[in-house]
Design a protein around this ligand. Structure first.
Ligand SMILES: C[C@H](NC(=O)[C@@H](N)CCCCN)C(=O)O
Length: 430
């Protein structure tokens, strides 16, 4: 990192605000399928496997594309890549909303996914550009981005309540609203690109040439802690995204007998909690200089919540709070930790690689869960048909917890993290 004079705090936070608004539209569109899942089944005859595929197809091409995206972010810089990918997301969202058949919708989700994932990497790289060095507020900056992203997810879940008129007209108007959100995201990305030009030209930010000397062998130097975190990333996100963003609303409707608006609201509180709690946890991590114990605690709450959901009839608020804390804590710790485990020049690639495997996991989890539900005939008339899906999610999240504990034990003890704080970029290398 060769930046001479850091950009002003006002400029840095303006950039975070613009990138966050751009992320809001991205997350809204991602979560726009869950609330229309039941309508797509009723009005268009889609199966659970097809619903799962609409989110899986977001993930599966990214098993390759997001690594390319990470390299492109390192090569061309976060602002240009944010703008380019936001435009691709808009095209994908329009195709999803206006396609006459399943294949067109799936193509739209595919384009949207290719854009959205690389845009996510560019957002984290933007925060790392403007907040770096010992004592920086990188965790708070990244957590603030995530918080506004969660607000987008929350809005999508609340959309059946907020836009009841649109939902009353069927599956399409809600997806048109999602496309409008994608257009807003594009506008914010253009403003970010513009706001970044001054500091970048003045040499206050890392330059895009920094990644030119990339060699694949470098991946081997990421260190054991990075690889364990990668495993945790795939397992934890596979469960949280396939469950919360695809099947949970339907699950609440069919197993817990909630109507669509109430089920969407119940799901949305997880995201709402994350809006406030993610920056709070980010701030706490910056302050304490501790990461791994928080990560392990967050990872524990997910299998616990799934077990309570599947095995008891306890109030849904309990599991909503548990998943809400997990959903706030794990990302608030994981991404700043990633930016400390690898050098700044490799951050796009390091996150890209994590998201390659994560996307394989999320795509696979969506397909497996949809298949398990279809096979068992899961429906409102047969709520027990969801048992296989819950067992699958419970097992994967427990394995995620094991990874978090391994990370804590091998590289996340107090003396490791104190050492990491004084040599960022080389933390816990083994
Ligand atoms: C920052 C992190 N994002 C991811 O892990 C993405 N690969 C997948 C996001 C899917 C929803 N847009 C996060 O959101 O915690």
């Amino acid at each position: 990192m060769s930046a001479a004079v850091a950009p002003s705090a006002a400029r840095a936070w303006l950039v975070i605000l613009l990138v966050a608004v751009s992320g809001y539209g991205n997350y809204y569109c991602y979560d726009a399928i869950g609330p229309v899942a039941d309508l797509l089944q009723q009005q268009r005859g889609f199966s659970d496997a097809q619903i799962g595929l609409l989110n899986a197809i977001y993930s599966l091409p990214n098993v390759v594309m997001v690594l390319v995206g990470g390299l492109l972010v390192d090569r061309f810089g976060a602002p240009l890549m944010t703008l380019a990918t936001a435009t691709l997301c808009l095209v994908g969202a329009l195709l999803t909303a206006f396609s006459p058949d399943f294949y067109g919708m799936a193509a739209g989700r595919l384009l949207f996914g290719i854009g959205a994932e690389t845009m996510g990497i560019a957002s984290l790289a933007a925060a790392a550009d403007y907040f770096h060095g010992p004592g920086s507020r990188v965790a708070l900056a990244m957590a603030s981005l995530l918080a506004i992203g969660r607000l987008g997810s929350y809005s999508a879940d609340m959309s059946p309540t907020w836009f009841a008129g649109a939902y009353a007209q069927g599956w399409q108007p809600p997806l048109v609203i999602a496309a409008v959100m994608a257009a807003t995201s594009c506008l914010a990305a253009a403003l970010y690109w513009w706001a970044d030009r001054g500091p970048r030209r003045a040499g206050q930010l890392p330059t895009s040439q920094r990644a030119e000397a990339f060699v694949w062998r470098d991946l081997l130097h990421f260190g054991r802690a990075y690889w364990v975190m990668l495993l945790l990333c795939v397992l934890w996100y596979a469960v949280i995204l396939a469950f919360r963003s695809t099947f949970s609303i339907k699950y609440f409707q069919h197993v817990h007998e909630l109507d669509l608006a109430t089920a969407g609201e119940m799901n949305s509180y997880v995201f709402l909690a994350a809006v406030v709690a993610t920056p709070a946890f980010g701030w706490l991590c910056d302050r304490q200089g501790r990461y791994a114990p928080f990560l392990a605690f967050g990872a524990l709450l997910l299998p616990l919540a799934l077990a309570i959901l599947a095995l008891t009839h306890w109030n849904l608020w309990i599991t909503t709070v548990l998943i809400g804390v997990s959903y706030s804590l794990v990302p608030a710790v994981m991404w700043p930790l990633a930016s400390r485990l690898v050098s700044a020049q490799r951050l796009g690639t390091a996150i890209g690689l994590m998201w390659v495997v994560q996307n394989a996991g999320v795509g696979g989890a969506n397909l497996v869960a949809g298949w398990l539900n279809d096979r068992a005939g899961a429906s409102a008339a047969n709520p027990a048909g969801y048992d296989g899906m819950m067992l699958f999610f419970g097992t994967a999240s427990t394995l995620g917890l094991a990874c978090a504990l391994a990370l804590w034990w091998t590289a996340g003890r107090r003396h490791h993290e104190l050492r990491a704080a004084t040599s960022p970029g080389h933390a816990a290398a083994g």
